[in-house]
Ligand binder design. Structure first.
Ligand code: SAH
Length: 248
């Protein structure tokens, strides 16, 4: 009897330590967990039937995508489709990007743990939430006031406390927190905005789709070396909603 009591108290001790760790990483009763893991394994880390796309391999990125509840970032009435590998409408003519593209762009960004990151095009807030566990601070700008307010609400509710958003034209960047180690633009720009290049830290990297609205654009990597020289590389064809400009 005495032995059993000792066992029981040891067991409770283990549970008391382990339970908070478990729930911090993932909601145990999340009905979407299985769908989300399948999405990551099949659509993000897996290759397509034609073998045409590069699977995402960065474990930190894949783990973030296994944990962040994508369904919380899509409108209630289309939640059932949250884990399909395609973009979904989020209102105001905008979309939450396809999971594969989010994973691939995040991998290309190569974010380090102590990085300060800027995102242009908050949209639903999902990409910012994926960046949250990978970086020290994330700043994100959205041009549509209503979307910014909604994304801020979701990010606050889910306690992504190192993410700050603001409403405005991201073309000008967010000089107060510059320079940035990494800048990700999630709307297609007709050209690389010079203020963003200026706000990139030497040694920093920007990932940005560049090209005409409504047509195929090029996903580009823009790098600034320690001397401030700029190099750009064309990675692949993509299709994004356009980067719009505020009336000056
Ligand atoms: N990253 C988003 C998806 C972005 S869709 C997500 O994870 O859900 C592109 C977003 O860029 C849209 O919400 C659009 O309103 C916004 N946008 C377009 N032009 C912008 C600009 N100049 N500055 C900031 N945001 C802009």
């Amino acid at each position: 009897m005495k032995y059993c009591l000792v066992c029981t108290s040891i067991l409770w001790g283990i549970l008391a330590v382990a339970a908070p760790l478990w729930s911090a990483a993932e909601e145990p009763d999340d009905p979407f967990q299985e769908q989300r893991h399948r999405m990551v394994d099949r659509d993000v880390a897996g290759s397509d039937v034609w073998g045409a796309r590069t699977p995402v391999e960065d474990e930190r990125v894949l783990e973030a995508m296994r944990v962040v509840p994508r369904h919380e970032f899509v409108p209630e009435q289309i939640r059932a489709q949250a884990y399909a590998d395609r973009p979904l409408p989020i209102g105001y003519g905008q979309t939450i990007s396809q999971p594969y593209i989010v994973g691939y762009m995040t991998e290309l960004l190569d974010v380090e743990e102590d990085a300060v990151v800027l995102e242009i095009g908050t949209g639903s807030g999902y990409q910012a939430a994926i960046l949250s566990p990978l970086a020290k601070e994330v700043y994100s700008i959205e041009i549509i006031d209503e979307l910014e307010a909604r994304a801020r609400g979701v990010l606050e509710k889910l306690a992504y406390d190192n993410v700050k958003t603001k409403a405005g034209d991201g073309y000008h960047g967010w000089p107060e927190h510059a320079p940035y180690d990494s800048i990700i633009v999630t709307a297609a720009a007709s050209h690389i905005p010079p203020p963003l290049v200026e706000q990139l830290k030497p040694g920093g990297r920007m990932v940005i789709p560049v090209g005409p609205p409504g047509q195929v654009q090029h996903l580009m990597i823009v790098e600034k070396d320690e001397e401030g020289n700029i190099q750009q590389r064309n990675i692949m064809p993509v299709r994004f909603v356009p980067l719009t400009r505020a009336q000056e």
